[in-house]
Design a protein around this ligand. Sequence first.
Ligand code: ATP
Length: 429
Amino acid sequence: MAGIDGSIITNPKVWEASGHVSSFIDYFVINKKTKEKMKMDKHELEKIKNNKDFEINGEFNPMFTTNVGPTLADSTKVYLRPETAQLIFADFKDAWENARLKLPGGIAQVGKAFRNEISPREFIFRCREFEQMEIEYFIEKGMKCPYIDEIKGVEMQIYNEEMQKSNQIPKKMKVLDALKKGIIKTDWHAYWMALEYTWFISLGANPDKFRARQHTSEERSHYASDTWDLEYEFPMGWRELQGFANRSDYDLSQHQKFSAKNLTIQNEEGKKVLPHVVCEPSLGVERAFLVFMLDAYELDKKRENVVLHLDPKLAPYKAAIFPLVSKGEMFEFSREIFKDLKEEFNIFFDKSGSIGRRYARQDEIGTPYCITVDEESIKEKTITIRNRDSTKQIKVKISQVKDTLRKLINDETPFEEAGKLVKTRVKEK
Ligand code: ATP
């Protein structure tokens, strides 16, 4: 897999080739009763077409336009990219050859995308300016997934087209069984959906709130032969978190046609082939962020403050350091530890307020570990580390703090075994 950083403004022909200029169409719909303004796609429009409560107020293309150079004319009109994916196709050959990739292989991009959404709302679920993380995974047509054993044992809720059309409810099953039974059609779709789902779960998201839903034939995009969404049960209902489209060789063929450039590459046998994208995992950073925040958030009634149970790998600060006294030897001592840890981790230093207050502030922003420095620290050369979730405390030698923190963040050691458990040496409140 290689990464690229494509441009936000590019030759408008790229968006003609991809079909965005002609087919990226939303409908502006108003709910006459609630006055709510919303966008709908063709498929959603079908469902409300005979409902008198809705007024269809025309169609529009959600791509933002601007002009390049000093003249405002049709000939200088360009678009802000509405997705990162197309730049991967447009830059495909350069990226592939420079990174010396081989089939099967992927090109990934993280970056801004822009869509003129009618109603950006539901916190950061729908924005006009957002960040995408997209992978185009290329294979030679018919190539099997050599990594399929990696998802052995992964179970998730599956909801294919047939289940939806026959009014069944989603079924929890092994992804590999769904593949064997033909519920999921390709091993690549099974592999990528299981992998991405496992990524969310490994970082603390709630597995019961996820399901893989197949697009019905009516809702599938023009370029896709099969599409699944990883959906999450947000407070406003089940919504798309990430899409997985089988785009076949649609995009590379289109870019080849519009650019008149040969985009074939050599396979292992030296034959020229135009690769197929059998699965395009496409995730919005804001929606992923929202999922982690929702699953981490707890208003702890006993502590009387919010505790954000973020996985330590996601937490913005890995630890905070509190000197019990804000000046003199104890302060200098804690600054030394702070400077040392800062070389490797993002660390917060807080010398103000009671220790209980300082714990609460860190709980609220999800800092998993708080390190306190007191008289014993100077005498014994030890500090205490407090666990955000259990509030348990361990005593650790100063010479081992960096190592211990690294192991805790990487989940290589249980907290209780990372040092000597102590009875709250430093009080909570
Ligand atoms: P929706 O149906 O919710 O508008 P979409 O099907 O148009 O989404 P895609 O074109 O498949 O979305 O985009 C891929 C991913 O980018 C989505 O799964 C989502 O995570 C993210 N995304 C798309 N539009 C937005 C937006 N307006 N704000 C935030 N994230 C978005």
